[in-house]
Design a protein around this ligand. Structure first.
Ligand code: ZN
Length: 93
């Protein structure tokens, strides 16, 4: 650990819990949360979709399927953005 910057030695611009983060790692942290959000949405929408199918609620099933498709697309974008942010932050984090 270096003074100022946490993992990479760049100057810290932000603190998250006990971490001092440079601009690039703060962005990576944000993108990782977007991935987490999207994963959570996909997880629950799949469960609700299964329930809608089990209860033969076709209207709800249609709505949930559309939401799940959108959430999966959001998850793909979030992963891409996180990988870009990871590359920008360097290999150390
Ligand atoms: Zn950093």
């Amino acid at each position: 650990m270096t003074s100022g910057g946490e993992i990479c030695g760049r100057p810290a611009t932000r603190r998250e819990r006990c971490l001092a983060l440079c601009e690039q790692h703060a962005l990576l942290y944000e993108k990782a949360w977007l991935v987490h959000d999207a994963e959570t949405a996909v997880h629950y929408l799949r469960q609700w979709l299964w329930i809608a199918r089990e209860s033969h609620n076709e209207f709800l099933e249609g709505r949930l399927l559309a939401d799940l498709t959108a959430a999966e697309a959001r998850r793909s974008r979030a992963y891409e953005e996180m990988e870009q942010a990871r590359a920008a932050a360097g290999n150390s984090g």
